[in-house]
Write a protein that binds this ligand. Structure first.
Ligand SMILES: Cc1ncc(COP(=O)(O)O)c(C=O)c1O
Length: 474
C-alpha cells in the first residue's frame, strides 16, 4: 500500500475485505486473515487492521469469535451484485414525467430523510470555506458582482479547468471550455450539437433519469445498453448496438456511472472511443462523478482518447462543491462554435459570482483538500449503508459495491415494486428513488436507488431498518 495518513489506511483495508467478499475470495463464514498476517502482507500497522476489523464488525459485515478470530458473517451481507439486464430492446421514446416530479417533491420536504437525492456534498458540506470565499469575492468584485458574465464563461475558471485537464494528460485549451448551468445544461447543449429530433441516442441501462428526460424533451429516442454492475459497459454490447441501430450519439458515464457506481478500465475507454469515432458517432461523456472515485486514481475521461474531436465531456461542481451554484462545463473541441452559440441562445451566461468563487476556491488549494476529505466520508458512508442493508433487508437483496459516487443500487426480489416502496417509504418520511425511473422501457420495477450522500446520523440507521422491514412485509 502507498504511504497515506494512517487514519485513511483503515478505509482501504475495509475496501479490500469488501472487494474480496464481492469477488468470491471470501465467502460467508470464512475466517479473515489474522491481524498480524494481514498487517505484514499489507505493510500496515496492526492497530490499523484492528480499527478496520472493528468498523466492519460495527457495520455487521464480520464477527469476532472468542479465541478464534474474525469471520465473515453468514447472513448479514447482501447476497451479491445486481444482475445485468437482458439484451437491448428497440430505441424507445421516453416518458416518465409524473414519477420524476413526485420524487423531486419528496426530496425537498424538510421532514423527509433524503435517501432519494444524489447530493454527495451534503455528506460534508464545505459551507464555511465557500461562504468565506464568496464574501471575499463580493468585496473584490464591487459593482461587477451584478454584471452578466462572459457568454462562454469566466476566463480564469476556463483556464483553471483547462489546466486541470492538462494535468491529466489531456490537451484542452481554455477556449475549448464552455461554462454551463450545471452538467445538465452541458449535456443538453452536447445533445443539441450532435443530434436532432428523431435521432437514436445510446444510453447506459440503468441510466441517470435526467439524461432520459433530456432525450424526451429533445424528441430523440433512447437505446438502452445494459451495464454490468462490476465491469460497466461491455464493448461487444456497444458494437452490437451500433451495427443494428442508426445510433447518432452515445451518453455514457465511464468514470463513475449513476446509479451503478461502476467504471470502465482506461484501456477499454481507448477502444470505445476508437470504435465510435470510426463510425462518426459522437460520445457525450457525463463525468460529474469522476472526481469521487474510491480507488487509487481518478479514471481518465474519454476525451483523452479522442482523435477526431467527437468526444464531448460534460461535468460540473454540483457533486464536488455546491449544486446550488449551478456551475458546470462542456469540453467539446470539435463542436466549439456550435456549443458556444447554443449556450448563448439558451441562457446567455452562467452566474458570474459563482464562477469567480469556485475559481478562488480551487486556486487556494481548498477545493482539492475538500475533495480528498469528501471521498473518505463517502466511502465510510457507503460501507456503513451496505452493512445496514445486509442486516435489515431480505437475504436475497442484491446491492452494488460502487467504486465511487454517492448511490447504491438495490435489486429486490421480483414481487417487490420500487414505486410502491417509494410511496410506503414516504409514509415513514423517507424518500428513495424508484428503479423504473432509470429506464425508458419499464425495466427495473423491482429496483431502488439509495443515496449515502448525507451526514451520518442515527436517522439513517433507523431509515434503512424501516425500509428493510417494508421489504420483508410488502
Ligand atoms: C449522472 C448525472 N449527470 C448529470 C447530473 C446533473 O448535474 P448538475 O446538477 O450539475 O446539472 C446529475 C445530477 O444528479 C447526475 O447524477
Amino acid at each position: 500500500m502507498p504511504s497515506t495518513p494512517e487514519t485513511y489506511l483503515y478505509q482501504r483495508v475495509i475496501t479490500l475485505i469488501r472487494a474480496m467478499h464481492s469477488d468470491g475470495r471470501l465467502r460467508p463464514g470464512d475466517k479473515l486473515p489474522s491481524l498480524r498476517s494481514l498487517s505484514q502482507s499489507l505493510a500496515v500497522s496492526v492497530p490499523t487492521i484492528k480499527q478496520a476489523y472493528l468498523e466492519l464488525e460495527r457495520q455487521g459485515v464480520i464477527e469476532a469469535r472468542p479465541q478464534s478470530g474474525y469471520y465473515l458473517k453468514p447472513q448479514d451481507t447482501p447476497s451479491g451484485l445486481p444482475l445485468k439486464a437482458r439484451a437491448m430492446r428497440k430505441p424507445t421514446a421516453v416518458s416518465r414525467q409524473q414519477l420524476i416530479e413526485q420524487v423531486y417533491q419528496a426530496i425537498h420536504l424538510p421532514q423527509n430523510l433524503s435517501l432519494g437525492v444524489a447530493n454527495p456534498v451534503a455528506a460534508k458540506p464545505p459551507t464555511k470555506a465557500l461562504n468565506r470565499t464568496v464574501r471575499r469575492v463580493l468585496t473584490m468584485a464591487g459593482d461587477k458582482a451584478l454584471n452578466y458574465g462572459p457568454m462562454s464563461g469566466y476566463e480564469p475558471l476556463k483556464r483553471l479547468l483547462a489546466w486541470r485537464y492538462m494535468e491529466q494528460g489531456i490537451n484542452v485549451a481554455p477556449d475549448d471550455v464552455v461554462i454551463t448551468n450545471g452538467a445538465q445544461e452541458a449535456i443538453s447543449i452536447a445533445l443539441q450539437s450532435v443530434a436532432k429530433p428523431g435521432d437514436v441516442i445510446a444510453v447506459e441501462s440503468p441510466c441517470y433519469f435526467g439524461v432520459l428526460e433530456l432525450i424526451e424533451r429533445l424528441g430523440m429516442l433512447a437505446l438502452e445498453i445494459p451495464l454490468c454492475a462490476q465491469k460497466g459497459l461491455a464493448l461487444d454490447d456497444v458494437k452490437k448496438a451500433i451495427s443494428k441501430h442508426p445510433v447518432k450519439a452515445c451518453v455514457f458515464s465511464t468514470t463513475i456511472a449513476n446509479p451503478l457506481g461502476c467504471r470502465l478500465q482506461d484501456s477499454e475507454k481507448a477502444d470505445l472511443v476508437a470504435l465510435l469515432e470510426a463510425r462518426n458517432i459522437a460520445l457525450i461523456e457525463d463525468d460529474v462523478y469522476g472526481d469521487l472515485y474510491f480507488g487509487e486514481q481518478r479514471g481518465i475521461p474519454c476525451q483523452a482518447f479522442s482523435k477526431k474531436g467527437l468526444v464531448l465531456t460534460c461535468a460540473s461542481f454540483s457533486k464536488t462543491a455546491a449544486p446550488s451554484y449551478r456551475i458546470g462545463w462542456l469540453v467539446a473541441p470539435g463542436f466549439r462554435d456550435l456549443a458556444t452559440r447554443t449556450k448563448r441562445a439558451l441562457s446567455c451566461s452562467s452566474p458570474l459570482i459563482n464562477q469567480w468563487t469556485l475559481t478562488e476556491f480551487i486556486q487556494s488549494g481548498e477545493y482539492d483538500r475538500y475533495l480528498k476529505l469528501l471521498r473518505q466520508v463517502l466511502l465510510t458512508n457507503r460501507d456503513r449503508m451496505l452493512g445496514l442493508i445486509g442486516r435489515h433487508f431480505p437475504d436475497d437483496v442484491r446491492v452494488t459495491l460502487p467504486q465511487g459516487g454517492t448511490v447504491l443500487w438495490l435489486e429486490l426480489s421480483g414481487e417487490l415494486d420500487g414505486a410502491q416502496l417509494f410511496q410506503q417509504a414516504l409514509e415513514h418520511n423517507i424518500s428513495i428513488t424508484p428503479g423504473s425511473l432509470f429506464s425508458p422501457s419499464s425495466r427495473y420495477q423491482h429496483c431502488i436507488r439509495l443515496s449515502y450522500g448525507l451526514p451520518w446520523h442515527q436517522r439513517i440507521e433507523d431509515g434503512i431498518e424501516t425500509l428493510g422491514r417494508l421489504c420483508h412485509t410488502p
